[in-house]
Design a protein around this ligand. Structure first.
Ligand code: GUN
Length: 290
């Protein structure tokens, strides 16, 4: 079994980005600039946003945090989005999800200038992704693809089963794995809560991308020998022994499944760091385009 080390791989990519930033800023006097919109105080969102800002600092990007109240109206948030669209100093930005219930997320995503949509969530960018045109790819699926690439894992003709059809992970990951490209060219099955024969499908899978958000859902009896496991799950469970009071648990029963797998991502330290570095890659691309 080979561990797919997202921490180490993402650090390599970060080092490459930092070098590139230095070159670009020596030439133009400008650094790539990411803005992050955070609405409210959702614990996980605050952690993710802080991590994203820390990453920017590490590679030499400028960053701005736009912190907004939980009670902001949809109209006011859309005004903030328009301001960021118009702000020439900002190369790319994201609106951290989820948003409070009274705000229509899709409406907000649609208001983001596709040229600044470094999350790759705008329908124009998702459409470009599906058509294999250059675009901002959503961060988690891009991180998965980069990890498979860096470890030279064969995907062509393989059966890839994706669990979960979220707009952020499962759906775009299934499109990327099926594209005529490397990594890609897999035969993809996108499964979800209404799938009736998940166990059978998983038992036939060469590659499993688990993104359903249920701790230890995929167990050893469900997978075949030699399977490649990509675990996207990051459920917080209470753990008093940790300083934070919680730990992250993946969607895969790592200990037992690792004994059968050829490659497997750990949680934490697998897909998570790759997701973070993908946002940096998109921001660099946005800055270069300008
Ligand atoms: N919430 C969870 N993941 C993400 C992400 O990749 N981008 C944004 N904007 N919100 C998220």
């Amino acid at each position: 079994m080979i561990l797919l080390d997202g921490k180490k791989t993402s650090q390599e990519i970060k080092d490459e980005i930092a070098k590139e930033v230095q070159k670009v800023s020596e030439k133009t006097g400008k650094k790539p600039h990411l803005a992050v919109v955070l609405v409210g105080n959702n614990g996980a969102s605050v952690t993710y946003v802080n991590a994203k800002l820390k990453d920017c600092k590490e590679v030499g990007f400028d960053s701005t945090l736009v912190k907004l109240s939980e009670t902001i109206s949809e109209k006011e948030l859309l005004e903030e989005v328009h301001k960021l669209n118009e702000d020439d100093a900002v190369d790319g930005y994201i609106v951290q999800l989820p948003l409070p219930k009274h705000i229509d997320e899709q409406k907000v995503i649609m208001a983001i200038d596709p040229e600044k949509d470094v999350d790759g969530f705008h329908p124009q960018n998702l459409g470009r992704m599906a058509l294999n045109l250059p675009t901002f790819l959503p961060a988690t699926p891009m991180g998965i693809i980069d990890l498979l690439d860096r470890y030279n894992i064969e995907t062509g003709g393989k059966h890839c089963v994706v669990i979960g059809r979220s707009h952020i992970v499962g759906l775009p990951a299934s499109i990327l794995m099926g594209r005529n490209a490397y990594p890609g060219n897999a035969t993809v099955t996108l499964t979800h809560s209404r799938t009736t024969n998940l166990k059978e499908l998983l038992n036939e899978a060469d590659i499993i991308i688990a993104a359903l958000g249920k701790p230890n859902f995929v167990t050893a009896d469900m997978v075949k020998d030699g399977v490649v496991i990509i675990d996207v799950g990051t459920t917080r469970v209470v753990d008093k022994s940790k300083k934070s009071g919680h730990r992250l648990v993946g969607d895969v029963d790592f200990e037992k499944v690792a004994e059968k797998a050829s490659y497997i991502t750990p949680v934490p330290g697998g897909v998570g760091p790759m997701t973070r570095v993908s946002l940096l890659k998109n921001t660099l691309m946005a800055a270069r385009r300008k």
